[in-house]
Design a protein around this ligand. Structure first.
Ligand SMILES: CC(C)(COP(=O)(O)OP(=O)(O)OC[C@H]1O[C@@H](n2cnc3c(N)ncnc32)[C@H](O)[C@@H]1OP(=O)(O)O)[C@@H](O)C(=O)NCCC(=O)NCCS
Length: 154
């Protein structure tokens, strides 16, 4: 069954936030760390207006979610989370391609990623290049790998 990429409905947002939380937890963080990240892992109805969000669906089940925000020529990858039972099955790549296509069509020339350290090798595999570190929005003092993917011009 092919993976379908589509926009989510507002009713699906609580389930998507739960997916993000489950997905982030695959790296083995403790419960205090995860609680500190909960707000950043939550998708609110207003995010449907202020950003672009897509879900990946397989066999009628949502297996991943991605969110980007474009400001001028820069797109930020705000979320990319795959259901833990579906890791390494190509869903991350499918949603990353959606993110780069969406960013390009909205006029961006680069996609900037502040990555979980364990996810950084995936982004390098997708062609992103390291460009320093960025402070975590959830954990004071924690620095995250920052990567950038150059986008083709349309
Ligand atoms: C990072 C993540 C989105 C990757 O999704 P995925 O569906 O497992 O990735 P895919 O199966 O599409 O992998 C695409 C390629 O990247 C490679 N890859 C995937 N995850 C990797 C990792 N952690 N380290 C190194 N390579 C990785 C795959 O082997 C595959 O390589 P190939 O081109 O040789 O086939 C997924 O691991 C995830 O959701 N992690 C938990 C949440 C998280 O940290 N998200 C990122 C927040 S910044």
């Amino acid at each position: 069954m092919p993976c379908i990429v589509r926009a989510p409905t507002v009713e699906e947002l609580p389930a998507l936030s739960a997916l993000c939380f489950r997905s982030k937890a695959v790296w083995g963080y403790d419960s205090d760390f995860m609680e500190a990240c909960r707000r950043e892992l939550t998708i609110e109805p207003c995010d449907l207006r202020s950003s672009s969000i897509a879900v990946a669906e397989e066999n009628g089940k949502i297996v991943g979610v991605a969110q980007i925000k474009v400001i001028g020529s820069e797109a930020d990858l705000l979320k990319l989370f795959v259901e833990p039972t579906t890791l390494r099955g190509g869903v991350g790549r499918t949603l990353f391609v959606w993110a780069t296509d969406q960013a390009t069509s909205r006029g961006a020339d680069r996609l900037v990623i502040e990555a979980d350290p364990d996810a950084a090798p995936f982004y390098r595999r997708m062609g992103a290049e390291d460009c320093g570190l960025a402070p975590s929005a959830s954990i004071p003092g924690r620095m995250l790998p920052k990567l950038v993917k150059a986008l083709r011009s349309t």
